[in-house]
Every structure is written in structure tokens, then in C-alpha cells.
Design a protein around this ligand. Structure first.
Ligand SMILES: [Zn+2]
Length: 230
């Protein structure tokens, strides 16, 4: 009965794949099977010193870092991130976070992680968007890893949008925007920092620097997308 109802709902209110725009069938959740098969996966979870890990080399100690798929502006897959962030589709982020963790389960990326920390939004941005997309991605990952999510980091300073800035400007722009209250509470934990996309790594670096206040902390990084810089 429920299945029939789902069929009828799909018939009258088709849910569309955010990548190819085709109507999803009743078994498909958020992205159609074809587009999921063709997702431009990075495969970084298996590669030591991959392009994401290199962004932090010599700046802050990161155990493992990876992103699920490549992000390129103008590519159809870019609309996934757009929908998650700007079109009120946080559950798409949660679902993809879960797919990422399921597909890479047991890989070095998740090794030893015992706490998941989403990159926070400043409260003004949170108020206008209504949700933190990274928190939803973190929920999807947490559902596979079985770890808790805690908002250990807070965004103490608002920072401007990063898109039009150069690498150095981004770095300066993100300095000191995050803080950790009572860091000793998390002594010796291995924190997985989760964000939607990594571009230059400036935001994640700033977040990792704030988390370095925790005595004996270890840090790894997981993002849904990795921007190809050109
Ligand atoms: Zn599709």
C-alpha cells in the first residue's frame, strides 16, 4: 500500500535528480542511480598525501583527509552542492554523507575517529539559512561510523564569502574566526572535521587551528566535495 502511494506521489509530484533533472523512480532517493554511478569520485580515501592532505602540509597536523567527489563550476554535479547549501535541501547532504561513509567504510580516512565536528556557521548566517549544511553531512557520516556529533567549535567572527578572493586573502580572511570553549573537555580525542566543500582549505585550516587548543587532539577531515582549482 505504502509502495503504491509512493508511486502515485511520484507520478503527480515527480522528484527530480539534481544532476540530470530526470524524474527519480520510486527506489531512488535523492540522486538517480545513473548519476550516482557516474559521480566523479576522488578516490582520495585510499591515497596517502592526496591533494586534500597536501593543502594542510606544514600548517597543521592532520591524520587523514579526503572528499567524496570533485566539484567543478559549471559541471552538472555542482548543482548538488548548490541545492544542499542554498535550496533548502540539507537532507540531500545527509544522504550523500552516508553514501560517502558506506562506500569508504573501513578505509584509513575514518581510522580512530571518535568524535565528529561540523564546521560551524556564524549565527547570522545560520539564522538566514535556517540550517548548517555541514551538520547534515556530518549526521550522514555519523550514522555509519556510530560516533557522536558535537558542536565543539563556534564561529566567533563573521567572514565574507570566499569565492572572489585569492589564496592569501582567503587565509587572512579566515584567521581567528573559530574558537573552542573549554578545550580540555575533549582531551586526547580524534576529531573528524566535516565540511561541504574544500577549495583552498583556508576555512578548514582555521577550524583545525582552533581545535589544536585541545590537549593531545588528533584531527582528520572529510568533505563532500573537493574543488578542482583551475
Ligand atoms: Zn540523474
Amino acid at each position: 500500500m505504502k509502495n503504491l502511494l509512493n508511486h502515485l506521489v511520484d507520478l503527480f509530484f515527480p522528484r527530480l535528480c539534481p544532476v540530470c533533472g530526470k524524474a527519480l523512480n520510486v527506489q531512488e532517493r535523492y540522486v538517480c542511480d545513473m548519476c550516482m554511478a557516474d559521480l566523479p569520485r576522488t578516490g582520495f580515501h585510499e591515497r596517502e598525501f592526496n591533494a586534500v592532505e597536501q593543502l594542510f602540509a606544514g600548517k597543521v597536523r592532520i591524520e587523514n583527509a579526503s572528499g567524496y567527489f570533485f566539484y567543478e563550476r559549471g559541471n552538472n554535479y555542482a548543482s548538488i552542492l548548490h541545492d544542499i547549501k542554498y535550496h533548502n535541501q540539507p537532507l540531500l547532504g545527509e544522504w550523500l554523507g552516508r553514501q560517502f561513509a558506506l562506500e569508504t567504510a573501513g578505509s584509513r580516512l575514518w581510522n580512530g575517529v571518535d568524535l565528529i565536528v561540523p564546521v560551524p556557521l556564524h549565527r547570522n548566517k545560520l539564522a538566514s539559512r535556517g540550517y548548517n549544511q555541514s551538520e547534515y553531512i556530518a549526521r550522514g557520516i555519523a550514522s555509519v561510523l556510530g560516533c557522536n556529533i558535537e558542536n565543539v567549535v563556534s564561529a566567533v567572527k563573521e567572514h565574507e564569502t570566499q569565492t572572489s578572493k585569492g589564496t592569501y586573502e582567503r587565509l587572512m580572511n579566515t584567521k581567528g574566526i573559530f574558537a573552542v570553549g573549554r578545550p580540555e573537555r575533549y582531551s586526547g580525542r580524534h576529531v573528524l572535521i566535516v565540511d561541504d566543500v574544500v577549495t583552498t582549505g583556508a576555512t578548514l585550516l582555521s577550524c583545525a587551528e582552533a581545535l589544536s587548543a585541545i590537549p593531545g587532539v588528533k584531527m582528520s577531515i572529510a568533505t563532500l566535495a573537493v574543488a578542482r582549482l583551475s
